[in-house]
Write a protein that binds this ligand. Structure first.
Ligand SMILES: *Cc1c(COP(=O)(O)O)cnc(C)c1O
Length: 307
């Protein structure tokens, strides 16, 4: 479905860092969600007429699922806990774009039969039973299906590293659910005997802490030998909050020629900074996982806070 994405080099803190431009993977998707949903794009699901998803109303995964549904001619029912007023009013960003794609976004704070159910319980109890025409996709594509597309990404990296003649490579990507990082790492470890480059995956926990991320890895792949290494910083940053160092990092990267998003990437690059402080000579590849659509709502917030 997708062509291989290019790998470029930028200068970061005086060192060359390679960047895998998965943000250029597809116009319709936000980067890594296209990798995670590739299985759904490349396969047909006979008898299914609609997708069911859930998560944050401002998430890349909502927008990407709406794009997937549209491409496959499926409906999308996306369940959220509640929708903030400013999200409903915004004309840009993931929520607005998903709505434009025809997504049906259901605010469970407004339904009569919710009782005390969580979003996932509501879907399991009230939505899915006896509805075989619906295909359920866990939050952020955190499921086995994601392996297919992420292993394709791994193969592209292996081929590139071989062409570069690299003996050793450090791959970094920031994690939300950790799905992309753990499947990537799994591929490199399981295929070490045939891969000519020694590749180690590093990541960081943007949502929740490192323990939460390890749990997420284990749910998908119990064998910890296959997990990526988690980089930790001294200070704790909360997901979705605004931090001056994040904004500074974003602008520094912009100066080096590539725009990144503002939820995951600033923390990601701060971890890369730490990694190269410890070991500068090792070739490093950063995976740009897209998500730029979200900058339409994040950048104005930053500009207001730090004019
Ligand atoms: C979804 C997303 C992530 C997190 O991916 P996981 O597989 O959930 O860890 C990281 N960066 C961007 C830009 C994303 O959209």
């Amino acid at each position: 479905m997708f062509a291989d994405t290019p790998i470029e080099s930028i200068t970061f803190n005086g060192y060359p860092i390679f960047v895998k431009r998965d943000d250029l993977l597809s116009e319709e998707f936000s980067g890594n969600k296209a990798r995670k949903f590739a299985y759904f794009l490349d396969n047909d699901f006979p008898g299914k007429s609609g997708l069911v998803g859930y998560g944050s109303p401002v998430a890349n995964s909502l927008y990407s699922m709406s794009a997937l549904a549209k491409l496959k001619g499926l409906t999308l029912d996306f369940y959220v806990d509640h929708i903030a007023e400013q999200v409903l009013l915004s004309t840009k960003g993931n929520f607005a774009a998903a709505t434009a794609n025809g997504a049906n976004i259901i605010d469970l704070s407004k339904v009569a039969d919710r009782q005390e159910l969580s979003v996932i319980e509501y879907i399991e109890q009230k939505v899915l039973p006896d509805r075989n025409e619906l295909l359920f996709v866990p939050e952020g594509g955190r499921c086995e299906y994601a392996r297919y597309g992420v292993h394709k990404l791994a193969q592209e990296i292996v081929m590139w590293a071989k062409m570069q003649g690299l003996h050793e490579l450090r791959v970094f990507l920031p994690s939300g659910t950790g799905t992309t990082a753990v499947f990537l790492s799994e591929y490199f470890v399981l295929n070490t005997l045939t891969i000519e480059t020694n590749i180690q995956v590093y990541t960081c926990a943007c949502v929740g802490g490192p323990d939460y991320l390890k749990q997420q890895f284990c749910q998908l792949i119990p064998n910890a030998n296959l997990h990526p290494k988690i980089v930790e910083l001294d200070k704790k940053y909360h997901f979705g909050k605004l931090y001056k160092p994040f904004y500074d990092m974003h602008n520094k990267l912009l100066d080096s020629g590539i725009e990144f998003e503002l939820l995951y990437d600033p923390l990601g690059w701060m971890c890369v900074e730490k990694l190269i402080e410890h070991e500068a000579e090792l070739a490093t590849l950063y995976i740009h996982q897209g998500g730029l659509l979200g900058n339409a709502t994040m950048l104005p917030r930053y500009q207001r806070k730090y004019p």
